[in-house]
Design a protein around this ligand. Structure first.
Ligand SMILES: C[S@@+](CC[C@H](N)C(=O)[O-])C[C@H]1O[C@@H](n2cnc3c(N)ncnc32)[C@H](O)[C@@H]1O
Length: 253
């Protein structure tokens, strides 16, 4: 069982903050794709980072998550309907929703095939993912140093599932649209502190001695470094759920 996001709920939003303008762009792209009157299930809704602004734009969103504390944050942001449940066993009848939305979730689920089966079972129309490419991001590059140091100690840092963008290997999305380029800075001290305090979920099961060795590596390389660039290219990918269902059947053959 992967560690719960309960541990990070109080800090999650500051580590994943998106400008209001970017959230507005995501809402605009969704509006182009889905009518606001449709019923949307956001699986792994977390703190409502995406669902809350979408709901303010008029979308009818049910937010589902396995972490009680993440959901409490979503409730504080007035996400009107939330549900504590596991994506791999969704408590809904077939086709209960028009669309399913997933943002930075499927990489966390070892049985990602069951997750995709469930998400495409309960929606009748589209599966939408908001994805990030962090090529050229210095903070991500620091993460690779952390991973390499863990590998030196014989520990592989990895997520159990697949990124939403890799669902393209199961079925081709019918639309991929670039939403925004986000670029800002962070001091190397702050970035090191994020890794030291195990902010990122792929760090949660790193043994203490391996973690300490990896953080020492970051201190050696970056402690007196200059500010780091943070870069994220955000896109939206849209699938017909029917194509995902067919792709999953192909996988089983
Ligand atoms: C990285 S956060 C993303 C939250 C939100 N989608 C966002 O973009 O801000 C991943 C969320 O997925 C939830 N999650 C992970 N595995 C889950 C599962 N099997 N069922 C339901 N939620 C799950 C976690 O509790 C967490 O809130």
């Amino acid at each position: 069982m992967p560690a719960s996001f309960d541990r990070i709920a109080d800090r999650y939003d500051e580590t994943r903050a998106l400008d209001e303008s970017v959230l507005q762009r995501i809402a605009e792209e969704l509006e182009r794709e889905l009518t606001t009157s449709s019923r949307i299930l956001e699986t792994g809704v977390g703190t409502g980072r995406i669902a809350a602004p979408l709901q303010r734009c008029g979308f009818d969103i049910v937010g589902l998550d396995i972490s009680r504390k993440m959901l409490s944050r979503a409730i504080e942001k007035d996400v009107s309907t939330v549900l504590l449940a596991d994506i791999t066993a969704l408590p809904f009848m077939d086709d209960s929703f028009d669309h399913v939305l997933s943002v930075h979730v499927t990489h966390l689920i070892g049985d990602w095939i069951a997750a995709l089966q469930e998400m495409s079972r309960v929606a009748s129309n589209r599966f939408v993912a908001v994805v990030s490419d962090r090529e050229g991001c210095d903070v991500r590059a620091m993460g690779r140093v952390y991973e390499d140091r863990c590998a030196e100690m014989g520990f592989e840092v990895a997520h159990p599932g697949i990124e939403e963008q890799d669902i393209a290997d199961v079925a081709a999305p019918f639309r991929t649209v670039h939403v925004a380029d986000v670029e800002d800075g962070m001091s190397s001290a702050e970035a090191i502190e994020r890794y030291r305090s195990r902010t990122y979920s792929d760090q949660w099961n790193v043994p203490d001695d391996v973690h300490e060795y990896a953080v020492d590596g970051l201190l050696e390389l970056f402690e007196h470094g200059s500010d780091l660039k943070r870069r994220e290219q955000i896109s939206m990918m849209v699938w017909h759920v029917e194509d995902i269902r067919k792709g999953l059947l192909e996988l089983r053959r």
